[in-house]
Design a protein around this ligand. Structure first.
Ligand SMILES: *[C@@H]1O[C@H](CO)[C@@H](O)[C@H](O)[C@H]1NC(C)=O
Ligand SMILES: *[C@@H]1O[C@H](CO)[C@@H](O)[C@H](O)[C@H]1NC(C)=O
Ligand SMILES: *[C@@H]1O[C@H](CO)[C@@H](O)[C@H](O)[C@H]1NC(C)=O
Length: 351
């Protein structure tokens, strides 16, 4: 029987470099293993978590009540989860168009817009029921492998922080997704354990959603785009940007005027190599060459990321705000959630 607590606690004595996503060295704890750090320190996991790091974190669980509980949140489909998952992980699927992570809405003309950020009324109770607390939990999002899996995981990570108000340092993404874990030979379980989750909750009704922007926001910033003090970052594949392919859910060919093509797939290794995030150094140099350079030498300027429905653009938004140094969601990096799906129904696109 599965007797390990769902919310495994993490040894204080594991110290991992914080902001650079790497497969980090683990410091061996001194004998005696008392907590080295007071409660409420930043959780010592990096933002992009390797399977080995997550595995050690989970292995060391259950021993230190002073450090935030680590929760592996599996966003794959219910079926995939039922087939196989990381022991102790929680299933909160991000699949279909409506889930705890996404809603469908209608615009003023009655058009359906798929995959919008959820309301606090549906999100907070679901997180709470899953036993995740805003202040204390450390969540590692487990998705599918490949670009689209990592983009969905980025979207879920953004939904936790900053959207739902968790601290950015308390939210990570499992690099390579569940497949990366399983193919690395780490332990999986197939039985679904249905445990009562803790109901205690510190979620309040306020969303930190200023980074999620509307079509009007984009329209208002088009003059800044022409003078290159705002960058409209198109995260779709290049053939969608340049209009040689028309994706479904998109009413016109091409891109928003002034947008720059920076496909989300650039953030990841080849699909053949598992579609993992590039390592920290390469991600930083990509941010430098594809984004910072756009603004010349200045450190002024804002980025508005979009794609087809807002999922691929989430991976750029998450990477910029988590490892992009000067980029802060809601301050200078924004996500146009309506994306080409909404824009193409109302505005011109160019090829
Ligand atoms: C559009 O992008 C695709 C993919 O990169 C490329 O193969 C194609 O030649 C491009 N078409 C035009 C018109 O630039
Ligand atoms: C994802 O994992 C599956 C199963 O191992 C594999 O067949 C597929 O090639 C992987 N895809 C990517 C993009 O890594
Ligand atoms: C909202 O999110 C930003 C990061 O995007 C963060 O700097 C800020 O502290 C957050 N505000 C609240 C009230 O959580």
């Amino acid at each position: 029987m599965h007797s390990r607590p769902y919310f495994l606690r993490f040894l204080a004595s594991i110290s991992i470099s914080v902001s650079i996503p790497t497969i980090s060295a683990l410091r061996i704890p001194p004998r005696g293993g008392r907590p080295l750090q007071p409660p409420s320190v930043a959780h010592p996991l990096s933002r992009i978590v390797s399977p080995v790091t997550l595995s050690k974190a989970l292995e060391h669980g259950g021993t230190n009540p002073n450090i935030s509980p680590i929760v592996a949140v599996d966003i794959r489909t219910q079926d995939s989860f039922a087939e196989s998952h990381i022991p102790g992980s929680i299933s909160l699927p991000f699949s279909g168009t409506t889930s705890i992570w996404s809603t469908t809405s209608e615009d003023d003309d009655g058009n359906t817009i798929l995959i919008n950020f959820p309301s606090s009324e549906s999100l907070f109770p679901a997180l709470s029921a899953a036993g995740i607390t805003k202040e204390d939990s450390h969540v590692v999002v487990v998705g599918d492998n490949g670009t689209h899996g990592a983009a969905a995981a980025s979207r879920a990570a953004l939904t936790l922080s900053p959207y739902a108000g968790m601290k950015a340092e308390n939210v990570g993404i499992l690099n390579g997704g569940f497949e990366g874990w399983a193919s690395g030979g780490f332990e999986v379980e197939t039985d679904s354990v249905h445990e009562e989750h803790r109901a205690s909750s510190d979620w309040d009704a306020k969303l930190n959603d200023s980074f999620v922007v509307s079509m009007q926001f984009v329209l208002d910033h088009l003059p800044l785009v022409s003078e290159k003090s705002a960058m409209l970052l198109d995260a779709r594949p290049e053939e969608a940007y340049n209009g040689s392919v028309q994706q479904d859910l998109t009413a016109k060919l091409g891109h928003i005027p002034g947008a720059v093509s920076v496909p989300a797939s650039l953030l990841f290794t080849d699909e053949a190599d598992g579609g993992k995030f590039l390592d920290g150094k390469d991600l930083k140099s990509l941010v430098g060459s594809k984004v910072n350079r756009y603004f010349g030498d200045g450190d002024k300027g804002i980025v508005i990321a979009y794609c087809r429905t807002g999922v691929l653009a989430s991976s750029w938004t998450w990477v910029l705000s988590n490892i992009g140094d000067r980029w802060r969601a809601g301050e200078n990096i924004f996500l146009y959630d309506g994306s080409a799906q909404e824009w193409s129904m109302h505005q011109d696109m160019v090829v």
